[in-house]
Design a protein around this ligand. Structure first.
Ligand code: SF4
Ligand code: SF4
Length: 75
């Protein structure tokens, strides 16, 4: 018999309280947040960054890497 013990809550069950949002009006589609982090939750779509909330665990790294402040917890 085997058991998996998680060190932190699974994002498939427990969503983080703060997930960033992309302000589509600010985003210029440079792709920096997609290419430099490698996070599976963020991608470019229609020339804008989009975040898949089902995969995002709220680390905030994408918000730090966007030079124009298009990603934040308040949009
Ligand atoms: S780094 Fe900022 S401006 Fe560039 S694609 Fe990501 S959100 Fe948009
Ligand atoms: S907050 Fe972290 S997990 Fe969520 S999209 Fe940004 S880099 Fe990915």
């Amino acid at each position: 018999m085997r058991a998996v013990i998680f060190k932190s809550p699974c994002i498939a069950v427990s969503k983080p309280k703060k997930q960033p949002e992309v302000n589509a009006q600010k985003c210029v589609g440079c792709g920096r947040c997609v290419n430099e982090i490698g996070c599976p939750a963020i991608a470019l779509s229609g020339g804008k960054a989009v975040i898949d909330r089902t995969l995002c665990f709220g680390c905030g790294l994408c918000g730090q890497i966007c030079r124009i402040g298009a990603i934040g917890t308040d949009g």
